[in-house]
Design a protein around this ligand. Structure first.
Ligand SMILES: *Cc1c(COP(=O)(O)O)cnc(C)c1O
Length: 405
């Protein structure tokens, strides 16, 4: 039977509040009492954590409310366990620093989130961790770049911002043949794609985007085996524990309360993005969307997707030059009210940004050209406010006024 993230989310018990409330209680304590003094050394020795029938210790290590969210995310991905972090970028950095140390090597997609690119290309080399960047659609490029020092293959399912789609099954097979791990950033496609079901060892998230969905919080998560999550949380060596990107329990509560409608939201983001992409394509606009048959990895995306969730909420519109892109953004925001000029994604209103001069500005200009990131590329994170008919009319008028068709 095909994996269904929506069903998986309700199959785990929803957490009740302390007094039988339909919402969970928020445990805000930073520290917890132990009943017997002898328990404390056992907890520190890793023998008696809450997972082993022992008690809680300290909220940077393990907070019950944050754990409620983590268990739901693990269910949604179909992984054994998960840990939440204060941001998506800390989920990524802690994961990679847990898997790689000085002298190790990563092979990564060359079209990743700008912050991840900066981490791989600038920061990790200062710590003796080298990365080779390759085209995410070219599995043999990953294979060729593997060296005896390689510990990790890293990719986003749908690359930011070019929307190239990686073959997660093929990359997982390659990684496992070579005894290394595949880490996948699924920020763009929660529920749409379940990378762990396709073989990924670790799934990282910025919950800031679609999963939270209200653009009012920064948060992240790592979903993986119990063994790997406990490595991240280990009191003496865990990168989440020791680098300390702790999620606040109030943030965990808020995101947990929004998970029940994530499936509805993702379906609607996808439905509208497809309709808008089809409209733009029908008038000859330079649109890219994985749900269009003209997208080079359309069939691959279809073969990896969960039933009924479509192709995600992001599309791009290539305006050629920065000037054209700015004109189009201004028309879309200030004349048509189609959406906002803002970075980020996954909001109920549409967010529009020019990637080359914003979220991907960390990528050197010569590399941007090679990966197909045109200076005038607009990334449009399609929201679900307003009526779809109005939205399609607004973007069509803007595209015509900007003379993109
Ligand atoms: C935003 C984003 C991140 C970083 O997440 P933060 O929550 O801002 O730290 C990582 N990966 C992708 C694909 C993103 O869009």
């Amino acid at each position: 039977m095909r994996f269904d993230p929506e069903r998986a989310l309700v199959e785990i018990k929803r957490e009740f509040g302390e007094h039988g409330g339909v919402c969970p209680s928020i445990e805000r304590s930073s520290t917890f009492t132990v009943l017997e003094p002898g328990t404390m050394p056992e907890i520190f020795g890793g023998l008696r954590g809450p997972d082993k029938g022992g008690c809680f210790l300290y909220s940077r290590h393990f907070n019950p409310t944050v754990d409620v969210l983590a268990r739901s995310l693990a269910a949604m991905e179909g992984t054994e366990y998960a840990v939440c972090t204060a941001s998506g970028i800390s989920a990524i950095s802690c994961t990679l620093l847990q898997l790689c140390t000085h002298g190790d090597h990563i092979v990564a997609s060359d079209t990743v989130y700008g912050g991840t690119h900066a981490l791989l290309a600038e920061t990790f080399p200062q710590m003796g961790i080298q990365t080779t960047l390759v085209d995410p659609t070219n599995v043999s490029a990953f294979e060729k770049a593997i060296t005896p020092a390689t510990k990790v293959l890293y990719t986003e399912v749908v690359g930011n911002p070019t929307l190239k789609v990686a073959d997660i099954r093929a990359l997982a097979n390659l990684a496992h043949d070579r005894g290394i791990r595949l880490v996948v950033d699924n920020t763009f496609t929660p529920m749409v794609i379940s990378p762990a079901q396709l073989g990924a060892d670790v799934v990282v998230y910025s919950l800031t985007k679609f999963v939270n969905g209200a653009s009012d919080m920064i948060a992240g998560a790592v979903c993986a085996t119990k063994d790997f999550i406990f490595q991240l949380m280990d009191l003496h060596t865990g990168r989440v524990m020791l680098l300390g990107p702790t999620m606040d329990p109030r943030t965990a509560f808020d995101i947990y309360q929004r998970l029940p409608h994530l499936a509805l939201r993702m379906r609607e983001h996808s439905r509208r993005a497809l309709a808008i992409a089809q409209r733009l394509e029908s008038i000859g606009a330079p649109v890219v969307y994985p749900g269009l048959e003209s997208h080079p990895q359309h069939a691959l995306m279809r073969s990896m997707g969960n039933e009924g969730f479509g192709f995600g909420g992001l599309l791009t519109l290539d305006c050629g030059t920065v000037q054209r892109a700015e004109k189009t953004m201004s028309l879309l925001q200030n004349e048509e009210g189609f959406g906002y000029i803002a970075v980020s994604l996954g909001y109920f209103d549409t967010l529009i940004s020019c990637s080359g001069s914003s979220t991907s500005s960390e990528i050197p200009p010569e590399d941007r050209e090679r990966i197909g990131l045109s200076p005038g590329l607009l990334r449009i994170a399609v929201g679900y406010s307003g009526t779809l008919e109005d939205r399609m009319a607004q973007i069509e008028r803007a595209v015509r006024k900007a003379e993109l068709v």
